[in-house]
Write a protein that binds this ligand. Structure first.
Ligand code: NOJ
Length: 573
């Protein structure tokens, strides 16, 4: 049996007195188009979110993060911002935003906004003026002359770079006789951070929303902020899974993770810290970075300069697939902690609007198990809306596909890339339109399973993901071991992994036992006799045979296939 222990740096085994709200809270990502329609156009909006604020309180959320609600032509559903300081009419008005701030404050909820620094919309006023070479906007974007002209006189792109959504990362503009860079959709031109005016504009955007009442930001797509200025071609991956037009066909060594970008992030943190001093309320800055673990850790800061409060930890998204070996899961968790800089705060993300839902990635049983892991491993937990119900992916036909990443892949391949399946409307009840809208259509189809899989049904069911989820967020608040307990991980058997969040006797410690295998199993979770023989079942998989608070034997535990048991116990010493 392989055992590893991680002492949480900077924390005593019990004391949580110094912890900040963003450390003890569960964060909840709202995808506004799909959460709740306050009107009847079939698209979620801010009035809808206000209507449902009590849901956050009910499920024990501390921080609500909204995907972008700013003015946008919606080519990437809000991640293409045409005015960084306005609310898009689809989502409501500035008065609605103000009411949302008040509604959150009244309930003790923090409000986090999405900040999209890498690009604007091609309909942003800056871009329109930049195209026309109107100063000071001329160099707000990355404009490059053509590499030449082909036999028919068409301009040739500066290099072979490919956009994340597929196809060339360069778009020709007749008006300016130059190409502009877009690492995502052509409607999302990359801002030029070599121009100090751009940085100052974006710093002002941060200040603006903090003054409006936001409690912090999630920073979008930050590994893409800078590119190698010589614009060299990127080498091929030779990965047979990707065609020549697809992003996966190149190694992104010149368009991602460039060394200069970290200082920009640390600079954004300075703005947040300055405003925190000025406004007198604690703020937070989180970053979204799909990159390797070494680069991920750079977002925390460089030892002298702080960066993000935390970069999202995507280890359970990037590295946990459908494998069944307990040692693999232990290694994923230990790799994260062995790379975490001293004093840095951990977090766990299992899903978001860009990833298939956990129930789809892992199956419903292990989907719930992964939600349990995310809530009880050390650090902040981040939930994507619908995970509290263990909502499933929705099959979307090509005709109904709207995500640009799916559309650009074409009818044969869209299903590999489309993010629509995880973005369908939240399933509130078994009423018409799942209680999402009073209208008769929705922007994406509602999953047909809403008749049985919905919040109202899960509230009255004897067992449900919702009830498990509530127990987990309660544990985060009430069981000190979940905040500060020492992490000990164990491989108990080929498919059985467990971890403890241990505090000294006198307060409950927590033990989570996970069955990665596809067979029910009875296991001894106490092979070293270092746990008491009797523990209490706290919560766990719906298939678990135990009742809440029931006494169980740690030496003989029945664990359902792909399931998890959460136990509390009083340490022997
Ligand atoms: C990351 C966002 O999460 C994703 O939805 C978006 O398409 C890209 N960044 C571009 O902004």
């Amino acid at each position: 049996m392989k055992i590893t222990a991680v002492l949480l740096l900077g924390l005593t085994a019990l004391g949580s007195a110094q912890l900040e709200w963003w450390q003890t809270s569960t964060f909840y990502q709202v995808y506004p188009r799909s959460f709740k329609d306050g009107g009847f156009d079939g698209i979620g909006d801010i009035p809808g979110i206000i209507e449902k604020l009590d849901h956050f309180v009910d499920i024990g959320i501390g921080g609500v993060w909204l995907s972008p609600v700013f003015k946008s032509p919606m080519k990437d559903f809000g991640y293409d911002v045409s005015n960084f300081r306005e609310i898009d009419p689809i989502f409501g008005t500035m008065a609605d935003f103000d009411a949302l701030v008040v509604g959150c404050r009244n309930r003790g909820l923090k409000l986090i906004l999405d900040f999209v620094p890498n690009h604007s919309s091609d309909e942003h006023d800056w871009f329109i003026r930049s195209k026309a070479r109107e100063d000071p906007y001329t160099d707000y974007y990355t404009w490059v002359d053509p590499a030449g002209y082909n036999a028919t006189g068409a301009p040739i792109a500066p290099n072979n770079w490919i956009s994340v959504f597929g196809g060339p990362a360069w778009e020709w503009v007749e008006e300016r006789q130059q190409f502009y860079l877009h690492q995502f959709h052509a409607g999302q031109p990359d801002l030029n951070y070599r121009n100090p005016l751009v940085l100052e504009e974006m710093n002002d955007v941060l200040r603006f929303w903090l003054d409006k009442g936001a409690d912090g930001f999630r920073l979008d797509a930050v590994p893409h902020l800078m590119e190698e200025p010589g614009l060299p071609d990127e080498p091929p991956t030779n990965d047979p899974n990707y065609g020549p037009d697809q992003w996966g066909s190149l190694e992104h060594i010149y368009t991602k993770d460039q060394p200069e970008l970290y200082d920009i992030i640390y600079g954004f943190r300075d703005i947040v810290d300055q405003k925190q001093g000025e406004l007198g309320r604690p703020l937070v800055m989180l970053v979204e970075a799909y990159t390797n673990i070494t680069n991920t850790m750079k977002y925390y800061g460089n030892g002298t300069h702080p960066g993000a409060h935390f970069p999202f930890n995507f280890q359970l998204i990037d590295n946990l697939k459908n494998e069944t070996d307990a040692a693999g899961l232990q290694s994923i968790i230990n790799t994260w902690f062995s790379n975490l800089p001293s004093g840095a705060w951990s977090n766990w993300v299992v899903g978001n609007h860009d990833q298939p839902r956990v129930a789809g990635r892992f199956g419903t049983q292990f989907g719930l198990t992964s939600i349990i892991l995310g809530q009880l491993l050390p650090g902040t937990a981040v939930t994507y809306n619908g995970e509290e119900l263990n909502m499933e992916n929705t099959w979307i036909s090509w005709a109904d596909t709207v995500d640009p990443q799916g559309c650009q892949a074409g009818p044969d391949e869209y299903w590999r890339f489309s993010r629509d399946p995880e973005r369908t409307p939240f399933q509130w009840s078994a009423e018409a339109m799942a209680g999402f809208t009073t209208g008769s259509t929705t922007w994406l189809p509602i999953n047909e399973n809403y008749v049985t899989l919905n919040l109202e049904a899960q509230k009255v069911a004897a067992k449900s993901p919702y009830k498990v989820y509530k127990r987990l967020t309660e544990a985060r608040k009430n069981i000190i071991a979940v905040q500060t307990g020492e992490l000990r991980t164990y491989v108990l058997d080929t498919h059985i992994f467990s971890f403890a969040r241990a505090v000294p006797a006198g307060n409950p410690s927590v033990l989570v036992v996970v069955n990665l295998g596809f067979e029910d199993q009875v296991v001894n979770a106490n092979p070293n006799n270092d746990l008491p023989v009797i523990a209490n079942f706290y919560t766990g998989s719906l298939e678990a045979v135990y009742a809440e608070n029931e006494e169980v034997s740690t030496v003989s535990l029945a664990i359902p296939a792909r399931g998890a048991l959460v136990l509390t116990y009083d340490a022997l010493v």
